[in-house]
Design a binder for this molecule. Structure first.
Ligand SMILES: *Cc1c(COP(=O)(O)O)cnc(C)c1O
Length: 358
């Protein structure tokens, strides 16, 4: 830093910040963005109409308590409204959680590799990251339990895990939760819960109910197709929701997003039909990739993980050259989002023509 630059926090010096998935670079033919786990489908007409009419009122501030949306989420999930808090995407809620627990010396445990927002938000909150390596693409829960100290304030469990796709099973998860001290918050990040089909994988809501230190994070960005509007929520007991309401930026969920999320809950049956199509495509995609000779861990999410290690950049460029944008996570592998059939076929063709599959 030069002496005539303004001074910033030291944590920013090595800070990379969040890198979103890239759009495909202009290829000659059609191109497909499989780098951000988005829904491949356009917004539903009913949701679009609500978005358009919400635009009529944007001269007014949104409802800071998001009362209608919170009531709709609570009714849908069968939980008290006091147990629901909303945020600017579930990344926004994760930041609110970190603002509520983070201070110098506070430790935050998460699996690694996992969602790249965890280290970034932990740094920003002045807390200390304690990453625990995955084992066979899965959270190593015994190692995570062993990493708990008197300073641990927060544990993220990402299930299904982004980017590897593996999900935690009920027995291992309850055994883990039983070992966490009651003053340490566990956040189950269930951004992809609607894509889970394995009956051994529990719904986090069945676990939080009897555990005051467990909260569940969910989002409208993926299965509900509202990534561009930024709405997520947390379900937890009242001390937890009260804390994240305090750390919320005022008016963080805008009025169009609130209205669209309410409309999406009303149209949930239609949205879940689309999720079912993606789940079928996911199973087809993984099956075809295994048939081509790739290693692909089982996935309960809307993406597949290719543990390509030092070939990750090369494979990403190979896909990009044919108009398919996937997401490299160096030095571990590449994540590809499951989309509609045409996009998945384009990805499968790219994979088939890559000479060094692993
Ligand atoms: C996509 C994703 C989110 C959600 O992000 P939003 O901020 O709600 O768009 C949260 N957690 C994980 C693990 C994700 O992959």
């Amino acid at each position: 830093m030069s002496a005539n630059s303004p001074r910033f926090r030291a944590v920013l010096d090595q800070f990379v910040g969040y890198t979103p998935g890239k759009a495909p670079t202009a290829a000659a033919g059609p191109s497909f963005k499989l780098s951000s786990n988005e829904s491949p489908y356009d917004p539903l007409p009913s949701v679009r109409a609500v978005i358009a009419s919400a635009a009529d009122h944007v001269n007014r501030y949104p409802d800071n308590t998001a009362a209608e949306l919170i009531d709709a989420i609570a009714a849908r999930l069968g939980v008290p409204a006091a147990h629901v808090a909303v945020g600017c995407g579930s990344v926004g809620i994760a930041q609110q959680v970190l603002e509520a627990v983070g201070e110098p010396g506070a430790e935050v445990i998460y699996a690694w590799r996992s969602f790249e927002a965890y280290p970034y938000l932990t740094d920003l909150a002045n807390a200390t990251s304690v990453p625990v390596p995955l084992r066979e693409y899965r959270h190593d829960l015994p190692a995570m339990a062993a990493a708990i100290t008197g300073k641990t304030r927060l544990i993220f469990l990402c299930t299904p895990n982004n980017p590897t796709g593996t999900a935690l099973e009920r027995d291992e998860l309850t055994a883990f939760l039983d070992q966490v001290p009651p003053d340490c918050l566990v956040v189950l990040d269930e951004a992809y819960v609607q894509y889970v089909r394995d009956p051994r994988v529990p719904d986090g809501l069945t676990l939080y109910a009897s555990r005051p230190n467990v909260a569940v994070l969910r989002t409208f960005s993926k299965a509900y197709g509202l990534a561009g509007l930024r709405v997520g929520y947390l379900v937890g007991h009242e001390p937890v929701t009260a804390a994240v309401r305090k750390t919320m930026l005022p008016f963080t969920v805008n009025s169009i997003a609130q209205a669209a999320a309410v409309a999406s809950l009303a149209a949930e049956a239609e949205l879940l039909e689309r999720v079912e199509l993606v789940v079928k495509e996911r199973d087809r995609l993984r099956h075809e990739l295994l048939g081509q000779g790739w290693t692909v861990p089982p996935t309960e999410a809307n993406f597949v993980w290719l543990p390509l290690a030092d070939r990750s950049t090369e494979f990403t460029q190979h896909c990009d050259a044919v108009g398919v944008s996937v997401r490299p996570y160096l030095p571990d592998g590449v994540r590809a989002t499951v989309a509609d059939r045409e996009a998945n076929d384009a990805f499968l063709a790219a994979a088939a023509s890559y000479p060094h599959r692993v």
